[in-house]
Design a protein around this ligand. Structure first.
Ligand code: B1M
Length: 219
């Protein structure tokens, strides 16, 4: 099987919600020495994006969406181990991350958490539907440098703003770098809510946070 064929089959496995096949392909890609980042970007993610598209068009219904999401998670789990193995031992920084209150979309957030971890960050994953106070409380408790918030719904993205407002109210906003992400998030939104950066891509998010922390050191 050629690399392009593997990616195409990965996409298909997500669209069909074929968990066993997705896991097999994830393992096959690792055995072939394919970079897991490539499998995520060119194989599995286009699959879940296509599912979203079909759902929007009324071709897919909620059960299909759920099965595809579970399939995606299963594939990520196989790839995650290899991503973790490439992690550096010295911690670059500590991050708390979660999907905001009211939002249970956690595939992107978990992917972002894995990629940060694979890049030497100590990551505390707060999960999904994370209350506003929990982000703030856990960031303080963990002495994190970075707070990462994911939101996939236009109705829940406002909770990213609320977390920042609570940090400001408590007078601790400057203690943290805040990065926001998720499909509906834009640069304009980031600026409006006073986050430090925004990203629509897990790998880019790591680069951006590294830059933010480096700038802090140079100050
Ligand atoms: Co939902 N859903 N969903 N869903 N779902 C969307 C988001 C939607 C766009 C579908 C659509 O209409 N086309 C739509 C939102 C519309 C809107 O608000 N404008 C939608 C809706 C409406 C809903 C429900 C309301 C449906 C209903 O019940 N009627 C409901 C809401 C539940 C809730 O949260 N309260 C719902 C439920 C679900 C499922 C449970 C079935 C399932 C989620 C399962 C799970 O996550 N465990 C699901 C899914 C799978 C999707 C789609 C199809 C795929 C999302 C996904 O996992 N993408 C999605 C359509 C779409 O996005 N095209 C959709 C893959 C993932 C890798 O991408 O999360 O964007 P993403 O992450 C990216 C970047 O955004 C970025 O990095 C990742 C890639 O590198 N990123 C960050 C993400 N977080 C970041 C954080 C960062 C930095 C970058 O820093 C901290």
């Amino acid at each position: 099987m050629e690399k392009a064929e593997i990616f195409e089959s990965m996409k298909k496995s997500i669209m069909e919600g074929n968990k066993a096949e997705a896991e097999r392909l994830a393992q096959l890609s690792l055995d072939r020495g394919i970079d897991p980042k490539e499998s995520i970007s060119h194989g599995f993610t286009p699959g879940i994006q296509q599912v979203g598209q079909l759902w929007e068009e009324g071709e897919y219904f909620l059960p299909e969406l759920v099965v595809s999401a579970e399939t995606m998670k299963a594939a990520m789990k196989v790839l995650e181990k290899s991503l973790q193995e490439s992690a550096r031992y010295a911690s670059i920084g500590k991050m708390v991350i979660g999907t905001v209150q009211g939002d249970i979309h956690d595939i992107g957030k978990s992917l972002v958490a894995s990629i940060f971890s694979a890049n030497g960050f100590e990551v505390v994953d707060l999960g999904m539907d994370v209350p506003i106070e929990t982000f703030v409380h856990r960031a303080q408790e963990e002495k994190a440098q970075v707070i990462g918030m994911s939101a996939l719904l236009t109705t829940t993205m406002v909770n990213q703003k609320k977390v920042i407002e609570l940090l400001e109210q408590k007078g601790i906003r400057k203690n943290f770098k805040v990065i926001v992400g998720g499909a509906p998030i834009s640069r304009e939104w980031m600026q409006r809510i006073g986050a430090d950066d925004a990203s629509l891509d897990a790998f880019e998010a790591v680069a951006k946070v590294k830059q933010l922390l480096a700038r802090e050191v140079l100050r």
